[in-house]
Design a protein around this ligand. Structure first.
Ligand code: 3H9
Length: 720
């Protein structure tokens, strides 16, 4: 938990010892409180050095303790006693000093950091504020503007930036603890008053008032309904306007408003869900911790459209050599320019002189892929084309090369069977723009080997992605659920809503962008092509089939009608919204769209009605969650948490609402079930609104918490 030792005769060395990150659980707090008291009262000890074991200072409070009844001593009095001491206390920071870890360091009189250390207050990402004096001490050390930026965003800073800001006193390349001990010996006997941050008054100028006001406006605009960033500004306002002791009282009141909030629970759930997603397993017993990934030095990317370009940029930025293949010279030229432009802009942003273009080879010949370790296919969503390509890749690539497809929903197994290396085929489904979006669905089928899955997940990690292993079915997890979300949105338009009304409700709920804006951004033709390929529209449809009916259920031809008119979204200047020019980014409600919807409704005899905001949310989010339960039942996702990670990192789902499955749990599964029954009764032609068997069983079982849902899955056709 924490160790006490003496060094150089007069220095007490306190080492936090709670692997893996020295989180400040109750037992750790108890031990440090005891041994700090011992050090501060021992007459032979003249100074204290506080450090962490295994190269990590401290990652803050133990997040697993949140939501449980409080136990053990609090952090605030410990930090207060340490700061009030007449013996200098020096923090030796290696690895990270985060949250409560940085709060302890700020209670020390001096801070020495290793050059590779990172510091920060990420509490806002967990729905909290720095609640052990951090919101009051940091602004007293670095001023209101800098503290505001760090605390409201949760951004971590490097040791060098921390030195510039004044958070640390010295940065060392060598042995941090030895340097801190020497430093402590040097400062014994020096006056400590000016080193006690609680004794300082932050300079509160008119400027700071304006900074706080602007900061509040900015966080409200960006927070998408999250409370914690707003409360962070309130805590900083207290630091700026109140004496320290009253500021601390306010900090305590403010953190108490957050600590048990549903948002804090959702954000902390996301923290662990993201980490658990790495812990995949396959029915064979292969797991993340017993499967060895292959080394990947050189990757082939086939297809330099939007996805291929983003994937290439991601790989090169991670220091991986790429052979990028295009079939046509013109496309190659366009793709090459786009990739080089993205890398150039990225290098400029990071202040690098040259982008790593030496890692890139552009070619028109597949033959150049003979020596790559892994190929990512990113050609059009055309199964016949992909099958030809995979057959060809088998002839060209060395036998050990992994063949990955970036398909967003086509059958990965059907591709695997055309190769002689089925076990080496997996899906690597990136999200546009692939160099920005964090999510990576790693799609494995019955043939995929543990080695292939491990390699794809490890490569994803190197690219800074959040990888989630999913099973193979049309649309996998993300797009399969998205289809039902989109269907509900179209039906709501048919029933009387306008695109901007649906979007506004979804954005107020917290989505980064409303569904119709997203659709305009990605281009309506993407879904059009998929619907054509799956036989929902086109020559294969029996001409007697009613326009609003397909494959035995209600269908909305609205997006098809827009595509037929050439209204493809931003790229054509018109879609669900109107744009100033083709390629314009600013969506405006379109009076012609309203007329079009009116005509459409009267053509089909639909009487428009007022659609309430709560209906938009319920129909969109419960339809998604309902499909999520089916996905769990089929073993396409291993855990509800994985589905939520996919939605938070790939589809703009508000993190402070945890994801569609967690949201359903928070609303109450019985309520979700009852609302789905209600909507299904009203719309019996929409079978997906019929509550899934798993949801019904969970409600019968008393709505257990999310991490117990798996026990109720009947594993009928399990993949994962
Ligand atoms: C706080 O301090 C509130 C205060 O203001 C006081 C209020 C009164 N607790 O991420 P990794 C686990 S709020 C418990 O995979 P990395 C993590 O789950 C706290 N567990 O490694 C994982 O477990 P497992 C503010 C924690 O190297 C393992 O450690 N602090 C904690 O990629 C390894 O983690 C934060 O928000 C924790 N605090 O990144 C810091 N931290 O192996 C949160 C980690 O079973 N932590 N674990 O999956 C991080 O940002 C990253 O974990 C860190 C390491 C950068 C430290």
């Amino acid at each position: 938990m924490a160790r006490y030792s003496r060094t150089e005769g007069t220095i007490a060395l306190i080492t936090l010892s709670n692997p893996p990150v020295n989180a400040l659980g109750a037992a750790v707090r108890r031990t440090i409180t005891d041994i700090m008291h011992r050090a501060l009262t021992d007459g032979e000890v003249k100074a204290v050095v506080l450090c962490g074991e295994n190269g990590t200072f401290c990652a803050g409070a133990d997040i697993r303790e949140f939501g449980k009844p409080p136990s053990g001593p609090a952090l605030v009095p410990l930090i207060h006693d340490m700061e009030a001491s007449e013996k200098p206390v020096v923090a030796a920071i290696e690895g990270v000093a985060l949250g409560g870890g940085l709060e302890i360091a700020l209670g020390c009189h001096y801070r020495i950091a290793h050059a590779k250390a990172r510091l920060g207050f990420p509490e806002v990402m967990l729905g909290l504020i720095p609640g052990a004096g951090g919101s009051q001490r940091l602004p007293r050390l670095i001023g209101i503007p800098a503290a505001l930026e760090l605390i409201t965003t949760g951004r971590l800073v490097s040791a060098q930036e921390a030195l510039k800001l004044g958070i640390v006193d010295q940065v060392v390349d060598g042995n941090t603890i030895e340097t801190a001990v020497k430093f402590a010996l040097n400062v014994i006997g020096r006056p400590l008053l000016s080193r006690r941050l609680s004794e300082r008054t932050p300079a509160f100028s008119v400027d700071a008032a304006a900074v706080l006001e602007e900061g509040m406006a900015r966080v409200k605009q960006r927070a998408r309904g999250a409370f914690a960033p707003v409360v962070c500004v309130q805590a900083l306002r207290a630091a700026a306007t109140l004496p320290y002791s009253r500021g601390m009282e306010t900090e305590e009141q403010l953190i108490n408003t957050l600590i048990d909030s549903s948002q804090a629970r959702a954000l902390q759930y996301c923290f662990f869900a993201q980490r658990n997603a790495r812990k995949w397993s396959l029915p064979s017993g292969a797991r993340w911790n017993n499967s060895k990934p292959r080394a990947v030095h050189r990757v082939g990317v086939v297809g330099l459209g939007t996805m291929g370009r983003g994937i290439t940029v991601s790989l090169v930025k991670a220091g991986i050599s790429v052979v990028a293949v295009e079939m046509e010279e013109k496309q190659m030229d366009l793709g090459m320019r786009a990739v080089l432009g993205m890398l150039e802009r990225d290098a400029q942003r990071r202040g690098d002189t040259r982008p790593p273009t030496h890692l890139l080879t552009f070619t028109l010949s597949l033959q150049q892929l003979g020596n790559v370790d892994l190929v990512i296919e990113a050609v059009f969503e055309d199964m016949a084309l992909k099958k030809c390509l995979f057959t060809e890749l088998c002839n060209v690539c060395k036998p050990s090369t992994l063949l990955c497809t970036n398909t967003s929903g086509l059958d990965v197994d059907a591709l695997a069977v055309v190769t002689h290396r089925r076990s080496l085929v997996v899906g690597m489904h990136f999200f546009a723009p692939a160099n920005v979006m964090k999510l990576l669905e790693v799609v494995c089928g019955p043939h995929s080997s543990a080695e292939a899955v491990a390699t794809a997940m490890t490569l994803g990690k190197r690219l800074g992605k959040v990888g989630v292993v999913v099973g193979n079915c049309p649309g996998f997890v993300g797009n399969r659920m998205m289809k039902l979300y989109l269907d509900q949105a179209y039906f709501l338009l048919e029933e009387g809503a306008a695109p901007e009304q649906v979007d506004q409700v979804l954005e107020e709920f917290g989505f980064t962008m409303g569904i119709f804006k997203v659709s305009d951004l990605s281009g309506l033709d993407v879904g059009w092509r998929v619907r054509k390929a799956s036989g929902l529209i086109g020559p294969d449809v029996n001409p007697k089939t009613p326009s609003r009916w397909r494959q035995g259920c209600r269908y909305s031809p609205l997006p098809d009608l827009l595509c037929e008119q050439g209204h493809l979204g931003q790229k054509s200047g018109r879609g669900w919204y109107l744009y100033e020019t083709p390629g314009g980014k600013e969506p405006k409600p379109d009076p012609a769209m309203h007329r079009f919807l009116q005509e459409y409704r009267s053509r089909y005899g639909l009487t428009p009605r007022h659609v309430h905001a709560h209906e938009v949310i319920e129909r969109c989010t419960y339809a998604m969650a309902n499909e999520g339960f089916r996905i769990l039942e089929e073993g396409i996702a291993a855990r509800a948490e994985d589905i939520d990670v996919i939605y938070v990192f790939g589809y703009g789902w508000p993190r402070h609402r945890g994801g569609p499955m967690f949201h359903a749990a928070q609303v109450g599964l019985a309520t979700v079930l009852q609302r789905l029954e209600h909507y299904h009764q009203l719309h019996p032609d929409v079978p997906h609104l019929q509550p899934s068997p798993l949801l019904q069983r969970l409600v019968e079982a008393g709505s257990p918490p999310v991490h117990h849902w798996r026990e109720h899955v009947q594993h009928l056709h399990s993949y994962l």
